[in-house]
Design a binder for this molecule. Structure first.
Ligand SMILES: [Ca+2]
Length: 120
């Protein structure tokens, strides 16, 4: 079962890989994707879009995360109080404390927010 999930997961990642474009085969695969596969592909696309804005395209800087929070969560982080909150959130997300938010750290955050929303 995990092999099948992994095989489709590789297609989702390739289909969502904006840096290399989407081939006609990927469009065919995209049409077969289930809702949850599309949701996972969307998470990958969003992460890659923001992580790719500056520096290492596989991790998000504090500035990239701030832009993502502003654009995708409609958070305005312009005043000092909000800056402190976004700095704390970045520190909380950066579980391995390497000064960057990688995909695992990002997707853990999205999962936690989703659980909160589902329970409210
Ligand atoms: Ca990190």
């Amino acid at each position: 079962m995990y092999t099948q999930i992994r095989q489709r997961g590789c297609h989702i990642f390739q289909t969502s890989d904006m840096q290399h474009g989407i081939s006609p085969l990927d469009h065919t695969f995209r049409a077969t994707m289930t809702r949850i596969e599309k949701a996972m592909g969307t998470l990958i696309e969003i992460f890659q879009e923001y992580a790719g804005k500056e520096g290492d395209a596989k991790t998000m800087s504090k500035g990239e995360l701030k832009t993502l929070l502003s654009n995708e969560f409609h958070l305005n982080l312009e005043d000092a109080k909000d800056k402190a909150a976004s700095d704390k959130l970045f520190k909380d997300l950066d579980v391995n404390a390497d000064g960057k938010v990688d995909f695992t750290e990002f997707v853990s955050f999205v999962a936690a927010v989703t659980v909160l929303l589902q329970g409210s």
